[in-house]
Design a protein around this ligand. Structure first.
Ligand SMILES: [Zn+2]
Length: 291
């Protein structure tokens, strides 16, 4: 049994050593990314050297075994994965390489919903009362991507702390430009006051965020019903996905690697089986995993 280190919130190296030796695996990663892209991927690592945090990127590995050897030797606090480059980075800055592609990513974080959290527990927490804000945003994004864009390969990953990452891996998304990615965000999560979206889009939002199954049953010519709908819609608007735009449009972005550990919480960054029922507590911490 290990106790979490008090001094920095980071994970004791003996715990990480045990994790990388006995438990760490690339199985989750390979359920998401195309294994053929592995050797051309950029990786980044959070390391502790002389009691200081160092972040190193532009790394790549010819075969998965080399990555396993690296983490067992260097004991990183965090592992990040990025895009595909040619030639592989091998320590050279990715800015000097040809960019070949990156999955389409959406990042949701409970912190972005602070103004509508009602549990009164402050910013740095997750609780069952406020988690549905992120959950419903994810459900809305998932449905919109499938129905409006026709994407099929969507994997939701718990980011290890207070949020979710969606990895869209349909082949046609890999080479999308920053502008194209921005347009997808804009469709899902409109900025500004004007909200001009087709009826089906608004119905989807009312259903997921407002619990209204069908507008057909409501006589919208009735003035009271109209007022009611307007009220509900105001509420729904506040719950529309608050996507971290920068994460989606940055085609060189590094993300926490599925199967790795979040250094601040010790929780596994892990693929979610069922968005509807998922809650943070079901994800094991490194301390539970190694004990
Ligand atoms: Zn809460």
């Amino acid at each position: 049994m290990f106790l979490r280190s008090e001094w920095s919130g980071l994970i004791p190296s003996e715990v990480l050593e045990k994790f990388y030796r006995n438990i760490f695996s690339l199985a989750q990663l390979f359920r998401i990314i195309d294994p053929n892209t592995f050797s051309h991927r950029e990786f980044g690592f959070l390391l502790i050297r002389d009691n200081k945090e160092i972040f190193t990127r532009n790394k790549s590995f010819d075969v998965p075994e080399h990555l396993l050897q690296y983490v067992r030797a260097e004991i990183p606090q965090g592992i990040m994965i990025g895009g595909i480059y040619d030639p592989p980075p091998r320590g050279k800055s990715i800015t000097q390489l040809k960019w070949l592609g990156h999955e389409l990513i959406f990042d949701l974080d409970l912190t972005d919903y602070d103004d509508i959290r009602t549990c009164g527990k402050g910013k740095e927490h997750v609780c069952p009362k406020c988690w549905p804000l992120v959950r419903d945003a994810a459900i809305f994004i998932d449905e919109t991507l499938r129905e409006d864009f026709g994407f099929q390969k969507i994997t939701w990953v718990f980011s290890g702390r207070r949020g979710l990452h969606a990895w869209i891996t349909d082949p046609e998304v890999m080479a999308l430009s920053e502008d194209a990615r921005d347009a997808v965000v804009e469709w899902i999560s409109p900025q500004g006051e004007k909200l001009l979206r087709p009826f089906y889009w608004q119905e989807r939002a009312l259903r997921i965020f407002g619990g209204i199954e069908s507008l057909d049953r409501i006589n919208i010519t009735n003035i009271i019903a109209k007022k009611k709908i307007a009220e509900i819609w105001e509420n729904v608007r506040k719950k529309l996905p608050r996507i971290d735009r920068q994460v989606t449009i940055d085609i060189n972005r590094l993300l926490r690697m599925p199967g790795s550990i979040h250094p601040a919480t010790g929780r596994l960054v892990t693929i979610i089986k069922d968005l509807q029922t998922f809650y943070v507590d079901e994800v094991p911490t490194i301390y539970e995993l190694v004990s």
